[in-house]
Design a protein around this ligand. Structure first.
Ligand code: C5P
Length: 232
């Protein structure tokens, strides 16, 4: 499937099983062009879930956040890039050689674009100090985003809070995918720093990842339509 940002909404299928994921997708009534398969669903169902989603015409962001030695990441990327996912995540903290190895393997195996996760949104400046990383978070995010550019990645994952700062330093066309987005009027949940889809898009996000506000909505399709409207 040729890459397209579609309607810019990526729905996180944070569900424990194929049956739950299928039920959720059904409730969305074809509104989203993108879904995200994360570790939970991939660990539960394996590669076949990615093939199934792509065979339904959905673009898939495979959020495995790979992080290992370059050869292991390259070989794993080659495996999953053959599944048809449009986007695959790897950790920028794996370093230049690991990122470049993932990009090379993805290019050779198919059309999968590689996104580097800059800094997990669950980490704050204190966490960085604890693990021996030099903060503050925004500086580290910027540093890792530029590393992703240098290694040939197609884009990054960064919190909505950092999108505007990143857009100013990243080359045109470099993808920014952002979680931590909440439609107007919905509960923030454990997301501490949230933006609305409209704000994230205005700041320069190409695609936004939204999970629980859709999963827990009484009418997921209507909520998804409203988000897409905000993004357009
Ligand atoms: O919060 P929500 O359910 O919309 O999260 C959707 C996705 O965003 C999750 O699958 C997770 O990967 C990511 N997320 C994140 N940081 C958080 C919470 C969720 O990056 N604090």
């Amino acid at each position: 499937m040729a890459f397209s940002v579609g309607n810019r909404l990526i729905v996180a299928l944070d569900t424990p099983s194929r049956a739950d994921a299928e039920a959720f997708v059904g409730k969305l009534e074809g509104v989203p062009s993108w879904v995200k398969c994360g570790l939970e669903l991939f660990c539960a169902e394996g590669p076949s879930i990615v093939r199934e989603l792509t065979s339904r015409g959905l673009h898939v962001m495979l959020d495995l956040k790979l992080h290992d030695i370059p050869e292991t990441v390259a070989r794993s990327t080659a495996k999953v890039a053959g599944l048809g996912a449009g986007l695959l995540t790897v950790h920028a903290s794996g370093g230049h050689a690991m990122l470049a190895a993932a990009v090379k393997a993805a290019r050779e195996a198919g059309d999968t674009k590689v996104l580097a996760v800059t800094v997990l949104t669950s980490l704050d400046d204190n966490d960085l100090a604890q693990i021996g990383a030099i903060g503050p978070v925004a500086e580290l995010v910027k540093k890792r985003a530029l590393l992703a550019v240098a290694a040939g990645c197609d884009g990054i994952v960064a919190s909505a809070h950092e999108v505007a700062m990143l857009r100013a330093v990243l080359p045109a066309g470099f993808l920014i995918v952002t979680p931590g987005v909440r439609p107007e009027g919905s509960a923030a949940g454990d997301q501490k720093r949230v933006m609305t889809p409209r704000q994230a898009r205005a700041a320069g996000a190409d695609l936004v990842v939204i999970g629980r506000p859709l999963r827990d909505a009484t009418n997921p399709a209507a909520t998804a339509r409203a988000i897409v409207e905000e993004l357009s």
